[in-house]
Design a protein around this ligand. Structure first.
Ligand code: COA
Length: 420
């Protein structure tokens, strides 16, 4: 029972993403078309879109953000794929992680030889208060939102519990943000292309231009501790501890393993996949870990036949800086209570033992919620193929992991990818 094997192997042979950011005047359709076009050109030996058997789209809430539900058939039509089956999957911020798993299982089952997996979200048309309310529908509205919780509040509670349990400080979280902005500065698709020192310089330049007193922060931590420069959102999470509100789209092309080399000499295979669900945060016995992430990752490791130590890089769900630290523990990279120490010691930096979020993560690359999980896969795909440009990791990484969380962990999908 529940051996959780793929019926046949599956490879990702194409991957594309739009820029992530705030793009007034661009709709979900425009963002997805940008991603689809890049995905098409990324398939080394080309492919015929008529061979795509089905489309699985991750989208959290076109309904609330854009007033447009039922996006999958619309996008399929927009890129010329009608009348293939096109379905939207919703798993909050893990929507496209969920969509990827559906596409994976569809090919692994033998139902289709080639499928398209996408993710899209257009969040920035609404004022921030409406965005916050829309996102909050991913929590338990009856027992949590009614008590005043928003997502920064949830993760602030987790951060508080984590600090209390293990001794981390707000400075620890700042270091995660510094690292992810550093990484994002090497990513042309990232919403925030600035390192924290660059942000500091911009703020100083703006003060000079306006004839205001020029701030004298002595380093990044001083800047990030300044309430004016980095206001508190929900203690201890400040502005630079939060992922931003973003627009973005992603497209991935999956084929069966036996066909993969028809499309590229460099396919990336799915080595393992795991998924789990849970009750809302208020109903759990712990605030300092996400149980569904532990379960999903154990499934993925087991299917791949690898251990956390084998993973060369991981894109984890850093919707808030605390989430990255907890993820590195839930995934087994570090012991419970030691993730913050690893972050402080630089083990998760690009040149560290376990590079985490080399794309910039959701924090710096951006978090268009329904597209974020698929966006993580784009980064791992590029890194494993040696095509990540300035941020390419050395030593030809061969095994990468993605960790995509919906809500506070009611949904979690973990995938492991390998180059053979
Ligand atoms: N990190 C760093 N800087 C940010 C930022 C972020 N997350 N969000 C906005 N900024 C910057 C903007 O670039 C802008 O800079 P500027 O003044 O130099 O131009 C400034 O902060 C104000 O931007 P604005 O868009 O007005 O911010 P906001 O107050 O509307 O939104 C947050 C800030 C933190 C409330 C918003 O980003 C947020 O809600 N994030 C969390 C999203 C979330 O919960 N996602 C789901 C996770 S599960």
């Amino acid at each position: 029972m529940n051996s959780r094997k793929l019926g046949r192997g599956v490879a990702v042979v194409g991957a594309g993403m739009s820029r992530f950011g705030a793009f007034p005047g661009m709709s979900s359709r425009d963002l997805f078309v940008e991603a689809f076009k890049e995905m098409r050109t990324s398939v080394d030996k080309g492919f015929d879109p008529k061979d795509i058997g089905a489309f699985y789209l991750g989208n959290f809430s076109g309904d609330l953000f854009e007033g447009q539900a039922h996006l999958a058939p619309i996008l399929a039509n927009w890129v010329g794929l009608s009348p293939i089956p096109a379905v939207r999957l919703e798993g909050a911020c893990a929507s496209s992680g969920v969509a990827f798993r559906e596409g994976l299982m569809a090919v692994a089952s033998g139902m289709y030889d080639m499928v398209l997996v996408g993710g899209v979200e257009k969040m920035t048309d609404l004022p921030i208060s409406a965005v916050t309310d829309s996102l909050a529908t991913a929590a338990d509205v009856t027992y949590e939102v009614s008590a005043g919780f928003t997502f920064p509040g949830f993760y602030a509670s987790m951060a508080t519990a984590y600090m209390h349990a293990y001794g981390a400080t707000p400075e620890t979280f700042m270091r995660v943000g510094i690292k992810n902005h550093e990484n994002g500065a090497l990513n042309a698709k990232a919403q925030f292309g600035q390192r924290i020192p660059d942000v500091m310089e911009s703020k100083k330049a703006a003060a000079i231009k306006k004839g205001r007193p020029v701030p004298t922060w002595e380093n990044e931590l001083a800047f990030l501790s300044d309430d004016r420069a980095n206001p508190m959102i929900a203690w201890p999470m400040r502005l630079f501890d939060c992922s931003p509100v973003s627009d973005g789209g992603v497209a991935l092309l999956l084929v069966s393993e036996e066909l993969a080399r028809q499309f590229t000499d460099n396919p990336i295979f799915v080595a393992g996949s795991g998924a789990a669900s849970d009750g809302a945060l208020h109903s759990r016995s712990t605030l300092s870990s996400i149980p569904s992430a532990k379960i999903a990752s154990q499934q993925a490791y087991e299917m791949a036949g690898v251990s956390p130590q084998d993973i060369k890089l991981a894109e984890v769900h850093d919707c808030f800086t605390i989430a990255e630290i907890i993820a590195t523990e839930d995934l087994g990279f570090f012991e419970a209570g030691k993730g913050w120490v690893a972050a402080e010691e630089g083990l998760t930096a690009r040149n560290g033992l376990k590079p985490i979020n080399v794309s910039g993560g959701l924090k710096s690359k951006g978090h268009p919620v329904g597209a974020s999980g698929a966006g993580q896969i784009v980064e791992v795909w590029k890194q494993l193929r040696g095509q990540a440009g300035d941020r390419q990791l050395p030593n030809s990484p061969d095994l990468g992991l993605t960790h995509n969380v919906g809500g506070t962990g009611q949904t979690c999908v973990v995938n492991i990818f390998e180059r053979r």
